[in-house]
Design a protein around this ligand. Structure first.
Ligand code: SF4
Length: 234
């Protein structure tokens, strides 16, 4: 029998798109990516504005599940991304994905600790990638919301329970400079983050929410590491 939360999700087109195959999003795995529509943030550099402002997606949850049933043995994992996937109660969907034998990676901005805790307690997540948007003093300006403390609570929790996750930051020098990035490195160091911190350059796109340009390159020699493993992805 379907639960109420399941029925709510099943009856809405909340999936914006489906990437049927990738080897680069969940490293070491053969994955598909499920792109959930809408987001609770408005990051200035976001080039997924079509997903963020989407009123109705293109797929139902059942479309995704039917696709996955045909990919058993061909893919080993599902990436839940967006937009922001944690806007939705993902429990029932994750259970069905797990029942088919797939691992689950969640891409998130880390602002919904309640749902993340629930999914982890139900053993429905294998890996989480979280965007560290900005230092506290710039978070609202860059994301449009006051959610920095929610983000910090989430990573504190994941560090405390030793959950497998990564932090990553998109760098546009018009928004974040070397001082800001060093502040962020010091913040996660002080919280006890031990995994690799990934930095990725903003890629100029025809449109983004803040209508911002590319900016200059960051001077990597000015960045501290304080023992943290830092890798650039582009
Ligand atoms: S970059 Fe920001 S606004 Fe865009 S989808 Fe991610 S969290 Fe949402």
């Amino acid at each position: 029998m379907s639960t109420n939360s399941e029925l709510n999700l099943l009856n809405q087109k909340i999936i914006y798109d489906l990437t049927k195959f990738t080897t680069t999003d969940y490293i070491g795995h053969l994955s598909c990516i499920v792109w959930f529509k809408s987001c609770n943030l408005r990051c200035q550099y976001c080039y997924n504005d079509d997903i963020v402002f989407c009123k109705e997606g293109n797929y139902y949850i059942n479309d995704i599940l039917n696709f996955l049933k045909n990919r058993v043995g061909m893919l080993d994992s599902v990436v839940l991304s967006g937009g922001e996937a944690t806007l939705y109660d993902l429990s029932d969907l994750c259970k069905k994905i797990k029942d088919l034998g797939f691992k689950i990676k969640l891409d998130t901005n880390g602002t919904n600790l309640k749902l993340i805790k629930k999914l982890i307690s139900e053993k429905l997540l294998d890996f989480i990638a979280i965007d560290f948007k900005a230092p506290k003093y710039k978070y609202e300006n860059i994301t449009g919301v006051k959610k920095y403390d929610n983000f910090i609570q989430t990573i504190k929790y994941l560090i405390d329970i030793n959950f497998d996750f990564e932090l990553r930051t998109t760098i546009n020098s018009l928004l974040l400079d070397e001082i800001d990035i060093n502040n962020m490195i010091n913040t996660i160091n002080s919280l006890g983050y031990k995994n690799t911190y990934y930095l990725q350059n903003f890629i100029e796109t025809p449109s983004n929410i803040g209508n911002i340009d590319k900016g200059n390159d960051i001077n990597k020699e000015k960045l501290v590491t304080n023992g943290l493993s830092i890798q650039w992805r582009n």
